[in-house]
Ligand binder design. Sequence first.
Ligand SMILES: O=C(O)CCC(=O)C(=O)O
Ligand SMILES: [Fe+2]
Length: 219
Amino acid sequence: MDAELFPRAREEIAPGAVHVPDWLDAREQRALLDACREWAGPPAGLRTVRTPGGGTMTARQVCLGRHWYPYGYARTAVDGDGAPVKPFPSWLGALARRAVTDALGEASVPAAAYDVALVNFYDGDARMGMHRDSDEKADAPVVSLSLGDTCVFRFGNTRTRTRPWTDVELRSGDLFVFGGPSRWAYHGVPRVLAGTSPAGSGLAGRLNITLRVSGLPGR
Ligand SMILES: O=C(O)CCC(=O)C(=O)O
Ligand SMILES: [Fe+2]
């Protein structure tokens, strides 16, 4: 379907889980992409994440504010170069609050500040298995922003990593927020559609930025 002829509608995928298509305009996407490029560089830059079972995640990742590793948060890239994690910029926190307001309404904006970003870069055959974002100590909504290639985002349920689930196409500039009864739902990325980045974006692959409230004591 052509996005220009048939604008995609915002949709509640599950209670508290809302997809807002085209939330970021071209200029905002460009600015976020430029920021991701900076964050990806060393120290504490983009890395391959190893799981305790001996596997590796296919999406490469960089963190801001707190360093996520399987399965916890640290102040340094404990499974990377050991450098202090890059700071979480205040403008990103403002963006997260605006996203929650637009997707779920002002009453869902948490009192605590957003303090963690995970940036995942998907290229080649990268994907992400069904999982819960469960290392946070706060139930604030998770804010997800997508750039570059379109993906199939699978949003499941809070009980099992199996069906029922709903598959949603996330395109460059889309917002997805999951909070409330959906905060601890399983989700994953079974497929990225290579070569679907907007023309002229300069991005081959997909970037996803999730913004979270860690609920951990401050510095
Ligand atoms: O790439 C995505 O859309 C999801 C990323 C994700 O679930 C995560 O970082 O925990
Ligand atoms: Fe996740």
